[in-house]
Ligand binder design. Structure first.
Ligand code: ATP
Ligand code: MG
Length: 459
């Protein structure tokens, strides 16, 4: 068996903790192997985010062997061992029973055999075990070959493996995107043949896989696998629909590829901006019209797009915070800055987007440009807009209602008003005045202005 210098790839402090765990099992006559994604990542010399072990010891024994444990997935035989500042998952060998709902095994049977445990896993590259004590990789499924050939292949017959658990089809696309691997021909065909099983996977699990694709270096790779297999049409029909929809003379790509390349160009560590980039033009297919000049227009596509974005994210059970954030980026992505903007206009823009979202809207604009084939960064005028914004933030001028040197209570008291829409109207008018001239943000001046507004409303 090949030696991959795996030990040298594990940081020293972690290695000694892992060795201690394995020895505790051995001392009690149990087996314990590093397994799955961690072995794959170590062989590929990629950063290994978490270590998983497999053992023939039953869960209650695992919990007795270590002082600090958490029964994280006890029904499936998973116990988390806390040691030396690490949290390591240890799972009892399993031989999964029959699957009934295309998602979860009907029953979990523990097994005494590592091989049996490997055979229930999803892909050959995820089916490797590593014996830390003897420094040996155990490969029952030709996983090493597939890592070297850069191929995702199911362990066993793909249609039946995907029929057991539809989530695996999304995982195949995700691993292909993350590792830059191809999906083996039969495995890929089987995704298309089992689409009705994938349909049954819960929205939350699909969302988590999509998020993971958004965090890969090139999400476009993952989305292309989703599209070509038919999964995209099922899970994001709105995006699938953009495929082949050409734009106008300003664009070299169709809407679909422009969306994918914009997504690639957004920062990998900001999945919500990646998602906003993927969806920013999602309203274009529905708003495409032939303009007077003989070319296509997409008026108000950002408004339609924000609505579609909201519906997609709701369907996929994203949190309200995430929905609000992405929706805001999509609806505001079309700003057209010119040097003629007054300071008031800049402040209004800041208020509309939200000061906390300004960096993100510029990152989105940059991604949008790159996704259109531009190799340049932001154009000069936008860089100047950023400078003007920075200056305004530095001077701490009023931007939102809560920054006004006055509030609803003061207004109500002064005019003997009860809470109601008129208070909001007054405050918003005051804010407009302050946005145009920040010097007006002083209580005395605002009250004088409020007097005029009241007179006008009540007059
Ligand atoms: P990463 O953590 O980098 O996303 P991973 O391979 O570690 O990748 P996990 O979801 O952490 O993936 O799962 C750990 C291991 O459990 C996998 O490597 C695989 O062997 C097995 N596994 C996970 N999900 C499934 C599944 N749906 N069907 C079969 N085996 C699975
Ligand atoms: Mg993992």
């Amino acid at each position: 068996m090949k030696n991959f210098d795996i030990k040298k790839r594990i940081p020293g402090s972690e290695l000694s903790a892992l060795n201690r765990i394995v020895r505790a099992f051995h001392k009690n006559n149990y087996e314990c192997f590093l397994i799955g994604g961690s072995v794959r990542d170590l062989i590929m010399n990629r950063k290994c985010s978490d270590y998983d072990f497999a053992t023939d010891a039953p869960p209650e024994v695992i919990m007795k062997l270590f002082r600090r444990t958490v029964p994280t997935g006890i029904k499936h035989g998973t116990v988390t061992v806390l040691t030396d500042g690490m949290a390591v998952e240890v799972t009892t060998y399993r031989a999964d029973g029959k699957y009934i709902d295309g998602r979860r095994p009907e029953s979990v049977a523990f097994s005494k055999s590592l091989k049996e445990d490997v055979l229930r896993r999803d892909f050959t590259i995820n089916g490797l075990a590593y014996d830390l004590i003897n420094d040996e990789v155990i490969d029952y499924v030709n996983g090493i070959d597939d890592i070297e050939r850069e191929i995702i292949r199911t362990i066993g017959e793909p249609v039946s493996r995907f029929s057991e658990d539809g989530l695996r089809t999304y995982r195949a696309c995700r691993f292909a995107s993350n590792l830059g691997f191809a999906i083996e021909e039969n495995t890929f065909r089987a995704i298309t043949e089992t689409l009705d099983v994938a349909k049954k996977v819960s929205a939350e699990r699909i969302r988590d896989e999509l998020k993971k694709i958004l965090e890969t270096e090139k999400p476009s790779v993952g989305f292309e696998f989703l599209r070509k297999s038919g999964l995209l049409k099922q899970v994001l029909p709105e995006l699938d629909r953009c495929y082949g929809v050409m734009q106008n003379k300003f664009h070299i790509y169709d809407i679909y590829y422009h969306s994918l390349y914009s997504c690639d160009a957004a920062p990998a560590d900001k999945p919500l901006i990646r998602l906003a980039a993927l969806l920013h033009d999602i309203g274009k297919a529905a708003t495409k019209r032939m303009g007077n000049n003989g070319d296509y227009t997409f008026y108000n596509h950002e408004v339609t797009g924000a609505k579609i974005t909201r519906a997609i994210m709701k369907r996929l059970k994203f949190s309200n915070d995430d929905i609000g954030k992405v929706n805001n980026l999509v609806i505001n992505h079309m700003f057209h800055y010119t040097e003629e903007w007054t300071d008031g206009a800049v402040r209004r823009f800041m208020r509309k987007v939200g000061v906390e979202n300004l960096d993100d809207i510029f990152l989105l604009r940059l991604a949008d440009r790159k996704g259109n084939g531009s190799r340049n960064g932001l154009p000069e005028p936008i860089k100047r807009l950023k400078k003007r914004i920075d200056k305004i933030i530095e001077e701490e001028n009023a931007i939102s209602l809560k920054d006004l040197d006055i509030n609803g209570n003061i207004v109500m008291e002064r005019y003997g008003l009860k809470p109601g829409p008129v208070i909001g109207k007054i405050l918003n008018e005051l804010l407009e005045a302050v946005l145009d001239d920040p010097e007006k943000n002083e209580r005395e001046i605002l009250l004088a202005l409020a007097d005029q507004i009241i007179e006008r409303i009540q007059g």
